[in-house]
Design a protein around this ligand. Structure first.
Ligand code: PGA
Length: 253
C-alpha cells in the first residue's frame, strides 16, 4: 500500500515563539493520529533549529521539511541555505518547485534539477511541486504544462533516485484562494501524473506518493483524500491552525 502523507507548509509565517507554540499544539493533538499517516511540517529556515529540538525533546514522529534550498553546494552565495545545513538541522524533506518560488523567484526547471539532485545526494527527500496557472487550465493546457514540469526535472533522474521523490500537485489557481480543485479535478490530474511517471519509471509509479495542495482544509480533505490517486495533502493556510491541521491529518478513511 502507498504511504499517506500530510505536509504543512508554513511559508513566511509565524515568529519562532509562535512556531514553537504551534508545534506544541500539533504534537499534543498527534496522540490521535493514525501512525500510518506521515506528518511533515515545513517552518521557515530561521525556525528549523529550534523546532527540531522541540520535536526531539517530545520524541515526536513528525518530520521536518525545509521550504527551499540553494542550487549550489556551498561557498560564496550570500543569503543562501545549503542542503548540508538543512540536513544538519534534521530535515528529512525539502519542498522544491513550489509555484510561489517558480513565480516570484524565477525558479526554472534547470534550477530545480540542480536542487533536486543536491537534495537526493544529501540523502533527503524532495517534495516536488507541479501545477498549472488559471489561464493554462482555462485554455485547456493544464495536462501539457504539468507533463512538461515532470519531464524537465523528474525524467532526468534515475529510477532509484526517483523512488525518494514525493510529488505534489498544486493548481496555482487554488493556492491561498479558497478555491479548491474538485475531488474529480484533483483525481483526474493525479491519475495523469501517475501515468506520466509510469511512462518513465514503471517500477515506481504505483508507489509514488502524490499530494494535493491548494486550499485543502478540514471541510474538503476527506473528499479529496478518498480519491484513488490522492495520497495526502500539502497544506498552506490550514497548517497554521493546529486543530485544522490535525483534522486534515485525520481525514483519511
Ligand atoms: P494553501 O497553500 O493551502 O494556503 O492554498 C497550499 C500550498 O501552497 O502549499
Amino acid at each position: 500500500m502507498r504511504r499517506k502523507i500530510v505536509a504543512g507548509n508554513w511559508k513566511m509565517n509565524t515568529s519562532v515563539a509562535e512556531g514553537e507554540l504551534l508545534v506544541d499544539q500539533i504534537t499534543f493533538l498527534s496522540k490521535d493520529f493514525d501512525p500510518n499517516v506521515e506528518v511533515i511540517i515545513a517552518p521557515p529556515f530561521t525556525h528549523l533549529s529550534r523546532i527540531a529540538d522541540v520535536l526531539k525533546s517530545k520524541k515526536s514522529k513528525i518530520a521536518l521539511a525545509a521550504q527551499n534550498c540553494a542550487y549550489m553546494e556551498s561557498g560564496a552565495y550570500t543569503g543562501e541555505v545549503s542542503v548540508d545545513m538543512l540536513k544538519e538541522l534534521s530535515c528529512k524533506y525539502v519542498i522544491l518547485g513550489h509555484s510561489e518560488r517558480r513565480e516570484y523567484f524565477g525558479e526554472s526547471s534547470e534550477t530545480l534539477l540542480k536542487k533536486i539532485n543536491l537534495v537526493l545526494n544529501a540523502g533527503m527527500k524532495p517534495i516536488f511541486c507541479v501545477g498549472e496557472k488559471l489561464e493554462e487550465r482555462e485554455s485547456k493546457q493544464h495536462f501539457e504544462v504539468v507533463a512538461a514540469q515532470i519531464k524537465e526535472v523528474l525524467y532526468k533522474l534515475r529510477g532509484v533516485e526517483f523512488a525518494n521523490v514525493v510529488v505534489a500537485y498544486e493548481p496555482v489557481w487554488a493556492i491561498g484562494t479558497g478555491k479548491t480543485a474538485t475531488s474529480d479535478q484533483a483525481e483526474e490530474m493525479h491519475a495523469f501524473i501517475r501515468r506520466a511517471i509510469a511512462n518513465k519509471f514503471p517500477l515506481y509509479a504505483e508507489d509514488t506518493v502524490i499530494l494535493y495542495g491548494g486550499s485543502c482544509k478540514p471541510s474538503n480533505a476527506k473528499e479529496l483524500f478518498s480519491k484513488d490517486d490522492v495520497d495526502g495533502g500539502l497544506i498552506g493556510g490550514a497548517a497554521l491552525v493546529a486543530q485544522d491541521f490535525a483534522a486534515i491529518i485525520k481525514s483519511f478513511d
